[in-house]
Design a protein around this ligand. Structure first.
Ligand code: ZN
Ligand code: ZN
Length: 342
């Protein structure tokens, strides 16, 4: 759907219609980030490791500049020494010496995102099965205002609360999860989005939902709705925004300062019936196996165990965090070993 048809299909105030028509940035954002994100070429692991290293060094420098001595020290120690379980061609497990747990640390947010996935994936699969619902990925946006990150987050969360109180929402949705995503544009305006995995009871036209969101926000009907085919992929997509709140490499000292002020803000949560379901849900071993819980699978690996990918014995290689990207490169360029079939 293009900009014009969207703007003419709803009874919008003139000023809003004009601003939407003249600035397609929000639509472009949604098209690029949300609809194209799944088709993007995947980075190699070595590229990923190198980017994490650069990001962390950047953050540590900013922290030093802000005289956040403790934070800088933690960031520098986090994942600085590693024990890498490898067969020489695959990396089965990486155990760091220390984790800083800082929300923006790329290594720690990866761990956190894996934890969230292994916590919620079994519950989601069970919920969908028992409640006969399908899952959608919904991205809610709001108009841009001059406000700080905290105000922007509060505004969108409040609008979402109002949406949930509406008859439409209660009729069509049975809860789900929400997560916050922050971006900032060239003019320094905050763009806050809510990424929602919603469990839908029955089909509805997206225009209906646009009207409801407009009623809840008062001035925004821009959203993106996509059916989730595979819940594991869907959850990974959404958790990504929690683990990667912004392009941190473009962060300045002011951004870090502002972020430190958000210390206790929740970035991810559950709502509605799914929230209650999670309280009582105890995953059985079957649930974990059914959804391919990789975390619990590699957690028990030690030196001498068989490599999960080729069955060769694993050995424990000690290295510094700075050496990891090179080691990934080495692993990536080694020829594949024939998979043992025993
Ligand atoms: Zn860390
Ligand atoms: Zn192997």
């Amino acid at each position: 759907m293009n900009q014009t048809s969207l703007s003419t299909s709803l009874p919008l105030p003139d000023n809003l219609r004009r601003s939407l028509q003249s600035s397609p940035s929000l639509r472009t954002y949604l098209d690029n980030r949300v609809t194209k994100s799944q088709t993007n070429r995947r980075r190699t692991r070595s590229q990923g490791a190198r980017e994490r290293l650069t990001t962390k060094e950047h953050l540590a420098r900013l922290a030093v500049g802000l005289r956040e001595v403790e934070l800088a020290d933690k960031l520098q120690r986090c994942h600085s020494r590693l024990s890498v379980l490898t067969c020489g061609r695959h990396i089965a497990r990486i155990i760091p010496n220390f984790t800083c747990e800082f929300r923006l640390c790329p290594d720690c947010s990866r761990r956190r995102s894996r934890k969230l996935q292994s916590k919620y994936l079994p519950a989601m699969s069970a919920f969908m099965l028992h409640r006969r619902v399908t899952a959608v990925h919904l991205v809610l946006t709001q108009t841009h205002r001059k406000e700080n990150r905290k105000q922007s987050a509060k505004r969108i969360k409040d609008s979402f609360t109002r949406l949930q109180r509406r008859g439409f929402w209660k009729e069509y949705f049975k809860g789900g999860t929400w997560s916050l995503e922050f971006t900032k544009d060239k003019n320094g305006l905050h763009h806050t989005h809510l990424h929602i995995i919603g469990f839908r009871r029955k089909f509805f036209g997206v225009e209906l939902l646009r009207g409801e969101w407009l009623a809840a926000t008062g001035d925004s009907h821009v959203l993106h709705l996509k059916q989730i085919q595979d819940i594991a992929t869907g959850l990974r997509e959404v958790v990504k925004y929690v683990s990667k709140p912004l392009d941190i490499r473009r962060f300045g000292a002011e951004d870090l300062k502002e972020f430190l002020g958000l210390k206790n803000m929740r970035m991810f949560g559950t709502f509605g019936e799914f929230r209650d379901f999670c309280k009582d849900f105890e995953p059985s071993d079957n649930d974990a196996a059914a959804v391919g819980d990789l975390e619990s699978f590699t957690r028990d690996l030690v030196e001498g165990c068989a490599c999960p990918q080729c069955n060769e014995p694993l050995f424990d290689l000690r290295m510094s965090g700075k050496e990891l990207p090179k080691f990934y490169e080495q692993v990536e360029s080694s020829p594949p070993r024939k998979v043992a079939t025993s």
